[in-house]
Write a protein that binds this ligand. Structure first.
Ligand code: SF4
Length: 607
């Protein structure tokens, strides 16, 4: 199959057995790869009501036709599972070099099923597959484990590893790779931990067949040329994703003190220029990337090195905790990476606890004596470790803010910043209606990367609620995640502004199949509807209520910043949903209508 590894590796952890099956040509035609394969198998193979941390849940690691190919951003793979954090759909994208090795080992997907009786490492070297005893590295931190494997086996081996947080089933444990890349959201690391898989080590040397090598070379070169000639390349490479921090503060979208504000007075200490000047040592990218957004940094204060921080960590571990010191954020980033927790949810959970503490809902008795005020750097470091060990208050926070606030009560639910149980990523949305809608309707919970529409809000009028705004969100949700289906990175299109029409010729040269973006957006729409049906299948009573945003964003106007005093109204929130459901051809409760599923040709997949 041109553009594919051609095989799926199934790992039965319970019995220590492996099998391989051919990648389905029909599935590749209908859902292409990556997230598309993930949701198909999740619906088909994980039974309704499965415990996310039990033996019935599975992990689906899938590449796409762009993965491992010589084209910008061809270094991504998708990790799909039932999410321990939300009880719904989890799909986390991983950059770095893992996906390329999977393809070179001939694999389009790895399925982890069952539970191993003891800690293991899944070792894959081309056709050789083994489960190796990992008792000696169980309990170890991620970077140490990765280093150990690289030293032992060689730099060409790629490693995905969980830390103590994954082993301890922290519901937002992540998977680390390449020392600083993560499959971050939803608790994919806890699923690995529940299966007793400490690490996956992979190496491949095979080649991937392409339909038209000459056209592939030309299309790849055209994409690289567009990236290299982009006016945005210099600043993007210099600052990476932190390039947006100043802008976010200027427009009142920088998450500040548990999203109570969108403006942080200490923002300068966290900006891209400050970071570059104070801590960045060099740039680091994923496989084949001409625009490396990764920043490898050194903190003199803490005598440590880390890949990062990127914008989300700066927002959530910095301003959201009232911390304006980039070195402290870099150190918090390192600790999260080492123990293996998602910095976005961790920043939210600690921010929520800080607000509880300042409001007297949590006291020193609850914090084991920690003065958990906003801005307390040492308390933040301590909480990261406690979350990973599930110790004291860390145990409560290890469940995420939805469950933690439910347990604590006393009105703390009002400032638990999540949608569907997933904590909101780095944009405060007090009055940015399309971005608010993007969070409300995102298919994994309050995550930004499906439809990053906040710039559109600023462009057309942030408070407006119009069909055009909603249509923008719907279009982005159908289009942007297609990069996760293709196994590629969207950031060259987003940040360098390269013409998206350069991608279909590359896709055609690789696979031999002609596809326009309109055609691929249809695939995106199918996947969006499948993920929605998965939520409905797994959660009784799922519907409109699940799409409601945190009250803060329609009840508490920010007191500072350029959008001071402005707030979206509840009636606007409801109108956004009404228009959104109509445009999606869903019913008024937010469920796909039978005729919509039929029209998309997916009714049998969700029957
Ligand atoms: Fe990886 Fe960043 Fe390059 Fe995308 S832009 S491929 S995330 S380094």
């Amino acid at each position: 199959m041109n553009g594919y590894g051609g095989q799926i590796l199934r790992v039965d952890l319970t019995n220590g057995k492996f099998s391989k099956e051919l990648t389905s040509v029909e599935l590749a035609r209908d859902l292409i790869g990556g997230r598309g394969f993930g949701i198909y198998y999740l619906l088909k193979e994980v039974p309704k009501g499965a415990d996310p941390l039990g033996p019935e849940n599975k992990m689906f690691i899938s590449t796409g036709p762009m993965s491992g190919m010589l084209m910008p951003g061809g270094g991504k793979c998708d990790w799909t599972t039932k999410a321990p954090l939300t009880g719904g759909y989890a799909s986390a994208s991983l950059g770095g070099h893992f996906s390329a090795e999977m393809k070179y080992a001939g694999l389009d997907m790895i399925i982890l099923e069952g539970v191993s009786p003891k800690p293991v490492t899944l070792f894959i070297d081309n056709d050789k597959v083994e489960l190796r005893d990992a008792s000696d590295i169980w309990g170890k931190r991620t970077i140490a484990v990765e280093k150990m494997f690289k030293e032992k086996l060689g730099e060409e081996y790629q490693i995905a590893v969980i830390g103590p947080a994954g082993e301890n089933l922290v519901s937002y444990a992540c998977i680390n790779h390449d020392y600083g890349r993560q499959a971050g959201r939803g608790g994919v690391g806890a699923v690995m931990g529940s299966k007793k898989v400490k690490a996956i080590v992979i190496h491949g040397t095979g080649s991937i067949p392409v339909a038209d090598p000459k056209a592939y070379r030309e299309a790849g070169l055209a994409l690289y040329k567009a990236c290299k000639e982009s006016a945005g390349l210099k600043d993007w490479t210099r600052y990476g994703t932190v390039i947006t921090e100043i802008w976010c503060n200027d427009v009142g979208a920088l998450p500040t003190r548990n999203f109570s504000e969108g403006f942080f007075e200490g923002s300068n200490g966290l900006s891209g220029p400050t970071m570059r000047e104070k801590i960045v040592v060099t740039d680091k990218g994923c496989f084949g990337c001409p625009s490396p957004c990764g920043k490898y940094s050194r903190s003199k204060k803490y005598n440590s090195y880390v890949e990062g921080p990127e914008y989300e960590t700066v927002g959530l571990m910095g301003s959201n905790l009232g911390i304006g010191d980039i070195e402290a954020v870099a150190q918090a980033n390192l600790l999260c990476d080492e123990v293996g927790i998602d910095t976005i949810t961790a920043g939210n959970a600690i921010g929520w606890a800080m607000e509880c503490y300042e409001k007297g809902i949590l006291t020193k008795e609850d914090t084991d004596g920690l003065d958990l005020k906003f801005g307390n750097v040492e308390a933040t470091f301590t909480m990261i470790e406690k979350i990973a060990r599930r110790e004291g208050l860390g145990d409560l926070l290890s469940e995420g803010v939805k469950r933690a606030s439910k347990k604590v009560g006393k009105g703390s639910e009002k400032f638990a910043i999540h949608v569907k149980g997933m904590e909101q990523s780095g944009y405060a949305t007090h009055n940015a209606t399309s971005m608010l809608l993007a969070y409300m309707t995102c298919d994994v919970g309050a995550h930004h990367n499906r439809a990053w529409s906040i710039t559109y809000d600023i462009q057309v009028g942030r408070e407006k609620v119009t069909p055009e705004k909603v249509a923008r969100v719907v279009w982005l949700q159908n289009f942007r995640p297609m990069f996760d289906v293709l196994g590629g990175c969207r950031l060259q299109w987003v940040e360098l502004g390269i013409d998206r029409e350069l991608y279909p010729p590359a896709f055609e040269a690789i696979t031999g199949i002609h596809r326009s973006w309109e055609d691929m957006e249809k695939v995106g729409e199918r996947i969006w509807n499948l993920t929605r049906m998965y939520w409905a299948r797994e959660n009784e009573g799922f519907g409109r209520e699940w799409d409601m945003p945190p009250q803060r964003f329609y009840q508490e106007p920010p007191k500072t910043g350029s959008n001071k005093g402005q707030i979206t109204k509840l009636e606007d929130v409801n109108r956004l949903l009404d228009i959104y459901y109509e445009q999606r051809r869903w019913d008024s409760n937010g469920l796909p209508k039978p005729e919509t599923l039929e029209e998309l040709g997916i009714q049998e997949l969700v029957a």
